[in-house]
Design a protein around this ligand. Structure first.
Ligand SMILES: [Zn+2]
Length: 324
């Protein structure tokens, strides 16, 4: 067995690892708690253990592995593999992750931004297969993004490109986690959706949410809103629709800018299905030129929660082969 690639998705809660053959077959997987609170040494030991576990599971040797890719939260330098200081990894400051993991594992290790690798995963093996021009939005606490142009990740000169969550969708508006105002993330993330709900209730709208959160509006969650929709609550339906409209506004700019074949959405929020996708598609179509609007399909991710781990492997293989 030779020519294997390993992908590792470094999240604040879990480390996920997959071992993949060069012909794109997933041969083994592992997932374990990150132990983020113990600092970078413990997290790197955890990732090395997870890699050893998938090697043992498939009976592969270190010499069978071409390369390993690590999808990590930014900010980072993807070329040097140095991770600066991600908010959800306490104690990390300029950690030379690629070099450290190469030392521990003995094969070439590459580091990339987690949203970029998720995009590459969908391009390589998921809903974006066959679409050489595509983009991806991760819809969670924030809105992450990745862009593939003619089969290559669009990184920008400093590697900071594709921050789709920080596209401006209005002048002024809500303050975003990044400090700026009017970012898509402040409206189209789960956090943004909850803010839409809270603002609506504060403006006097009636909803089951008020009872569910026992009057504590800070306790409202995305799940409460989806449960409200399942119970037929009109206000919750309106909140999801509004969230879809905001996302459609941001996505229309992406479609006009990039003329992609696919816009892939991933993250927990896509479980809302048509309640979310219908307003996104309608709004994006209304605001986009006809030719790129006809071309772009707005679709859910094909790899579920595995886009990142599979994309980390895909990115590592692409970088190993091209020498970047
Ligand atoms: Zn922002």
């Amino acid at each position: 067995m030779s020519e294997l690639i390993i992908g590792v998705d470094l999240g604040g809660t879990n480390v996920k690892t997959a071992i993949i053959s060069r012909d794109k077959k997933v041969l083994g997987k592992d997932s374990r708690p990150t132990r983020a609170e113990e600092g970078p040494e413990a997290v790197m030991a955890c990732m090395a253990e997870s890699v050893e576990a998938v090697l043992a599971e498939t009976g592969a040797k270190h010499g069978d592995v071409l390369a390993a890719g690590f999808g990590a939260p930014g900010p980072m330098n993807w070329q040097t593999g140095v991770v600066y200081s991600p908010p959800n990894l306490p104690g990390w400051k300029n950690v030379p992750l690629a070099d450290e993991m190469t030392k521990r594992l003995g094969f070439p290790c590459y580091v990339d931004n987690d949203a970029n690798v998720a995009c590459y995963g969908e391009y390589w093996l998921g809903a974006g297969q066959g679409a050489d021009n595509m983009c991806l939005l991760t819809l969670g606490t924030g809105v992450g993004g990745g862009i593939v142009v003619f089969g290559q990740l669009l990184r920008g000169i400093d590697g900071t490109a594709a921050e789709i969550g920080h596209l401006k969708v209005m002048r002024g508006g809500r303050t975003c986690g990044c400090g700026a105002t009017g970012c898509l993330e402040a409206y189209g993330s789960v956090t943004g959706m909850v803010r839409t709900a809270v603002e609506g209730i504060e403006a006097g709208r009636k909803t089951v949410l008020t009872g569910v959160c026992k009057g504590d509006l800070k306790a409202i969650t995305g799940k409460m809103i989806s449960d409200g929709i399942a119970q037929g609550d009109e206000f919750c339906k309106w909140v999801m629709n509004e969230t879809g409209v905001w996302l459609g506004i941001g996505i229309s700019s992406l479609i006009n800018l990039l003329n992609p074949e696919k816009v892939v959405l991933c993250g927990g929020m896509i479980a809302a299905g048509e309640d979310l996708f219908a307003p996104i598609r309608k709004t994006a179509r209304e605001l986009t030129f006809e030719v790129p609007a006809n071309r772009a399909q707005i679709v859910p991710a094909g790899l579920g929660a595995d886009s990142g781990v599979i994309g980390s492997a895909g990115c590592a293989l692409a970088r190993f082969e091209s020498g970047i």
